[in-house]
Design a binder for this molecule. Structure first.
Ligand SMILES: [Zn+2]
Length: 469
């Protein structure tokens, strides 16, 4: 089955065909964080979906080049810095750093580039694009000195979000607070400086001001990836107006189709409700780490639902994620022992297949892919129970797991044992050397009571966190 994705632009599942002539290189642009506060788990749901997308494409042999922007100037970042009484760059720097820490904890692969909107190079590119749009009649400077995109001059405006301009007028989706605009849906490309902006601003042919959020992405995407890109991702709340505006601005300048495939990730709910600070169900990554969950558990919990379905985050769900990973850990321990050839087993014909990868080919159907994974774990565990899996088969399954885990990235890292546990493990190893089996068993029980499991393999004792513990 060919790789296929649901394209928001066509509202259809489409076979994936990269632009590149060799068919192997892919450019992806993903809208990154606005660094005015710590990102919440809803943001990370989208970033993990994008990570899954990139890793699956790489597993399928594509060479991916990905750009994720950092929005470090907009209304929210300026307000945040003003309220904290510190310069904008100081305010955004701390949240950028926090963002990079969080993606590392969640094992999200770093993009090839993380351009920041305030980089002079991109500010110049934005100004250049706006000037081109004005020269083509696609933008105008209003009496308030800001520059707006003239949506009536771009016939495709509304195609991505699938609504027409008259609808835009009646839904009241755009605030009616800017009377200088020709059309209520015209959006700002360049915002004229006002007092609230303090010392934030750049000189331009239209006076001092700052870029609108949408033009930032158009400028950074085309500066780094060229006029046309294969895949553009974001959350569904980015579809309108942000991505609609990106298309209008970019195509207004280049005259070429900007993006081939638009992929959007659905919302994250918490206990069935929209996450909000006032409901007390608003979580950042450190909030979950404080409750004792690990990065890989959170990654798994945020990844396991198909990206186009809403994900309902609950504590039960977190615990299920923990149990699922413990099952994987336990299965790997058994496979590795068997692969090491400790026990002679009768060979049966049980080899890995392509189900997991093919499920992901189908619009990243992670729920189906995980279903296959756990089906294989059940089957191989049954074969192991019956002593029916030989070392070669176990090795084949471990190789299969390598591929699976190159996408999931949830295997427990081999971390040093906590000091108390290490001491018990060492004492048990000594007891076994001295053939003091009673003491060895006592220490095994002691480890077990603390949630750790000691297994004796031909390479010596292995101590791992107990499954389900
Ligand atoms: Zn964007």
């Amino acid at each position: 089955m060919p790789l296929r994705f649901f394209n928001t632009y066509s509202r259809q599942l489409e076979d994936f065909e990269p632009r590149d002539a060799t068919g192997r290189k892919i450019d992806i642009y993903t809208c990154g964080p606005t660094v005015y506060s710590r990102a919440h788990i809803g943001n990370f749901r989208a970033y993990i979906f994008e990570d899954l997308l990139q890793r699956h494409l790489e597993l399928r042999g594509y060479k991916v080049r990905r750009v994720m922007n950092i929005t470090d100037v907009d209304d929210k970042t300026i307000r945040g810095a003003r309220e904290a009484g510190i310069p904008l760059t100081e305010s955004t720097a701390q949240f950028k750093e926090a963002f990079f820490q969080d993606i590392e904890t969640l094992r999200i692969k770093r993009a090839d580039e993380f351009p920041a909107a305030t980089d002079q190079r991109y500010i110049e590119k934005m100004i250049e694009m706006i000037a081109t749009l004005i020269s083509r009649g696609l933008a105008y400077q209003a009496e308030d000195k800001s520059v707006y995109f003239r949506i009536n001059k771009f016939p495709n405006y509304g195609k991505l979000a699938h609504f027409d301009l008259t609808q835009l007028q009646s839904t009241g989706r755009v605030k009616h607070d800017e009377y200088d605009k020709e059309h209520i849906g015209d959006f700002a490309l360049w915002k004229a400086w006002d007092e609230e902006d303090g010392d934030v601003g750049w000189e331009s042919p239209w006076g001092r001001g700052r870029p609108g959020w949408h033009i930032e992405c158009s400028a950074m995407a085309t500066a780094l990836l060229g006029d046309q890109i294969d895949i553009h991702c974001g959350g569904i709340d980015n579809i309108f107006p942000h991505h609609e505006a990106e298309i209008a601005q970019t195509e207004g300048v280049t005259g070429k189709k900007f993006v081939r495939y638009w992929l959007h990730c659905a919302h994250l709910l918490v206990d069935g409700q929209k996450m909000s600070k006032s409901l007390g169900n608003f979580y950042t990554l450190p909030n979950l780490l404080e409750k004792g969950y690990t990065g890989r558990e959170i990654r798994y919990a945020l990844m396991r639902v198909h990206y186009r379905a809403p994900l309902n985050f609950t504590w039960d769900g977190m615990n299920e994620a923990r149990e699922s990973l413990a099952r994987i850990d336990d299965w790997l321990v058994r496979l590795r022992e068997t692969a090491a050839g400790k026990i002679d087993k009768r060979e049966i014909d049980m080899q890995p297949d392509q189900d997991f990868e093919e499920a992901l080919d189908d619009d990243l159907n992670i729920s189906a892919a995980l279903g296959f994974l756990f089906e294989k774990i059940r089957e191989t565990n049954r074969a192991l129970d019956r002593n029916e899996l030989d070392a070669a088969s176990a090795n084949a399954w471990l190789n299969w797991w390598e591929r699976v885990n190159s996408v999931l990235v949830v295997e427990e890292a081999i971390a040093p044992l906590p000091p108390g546990i290490a001491k018990l493990a060492e004492a048990r190893a000594q007891a076994r050397l001295a053939k003091d089996w009673r003491k060895s068993d006592e220490l095994r029980d002691e480890l077990s009571a603390r949630g750790w499991e000691a297994r004796d393999t031909k390479d010596g004792q292995k101590v791992t966190r107990r499954a389900g513990g």
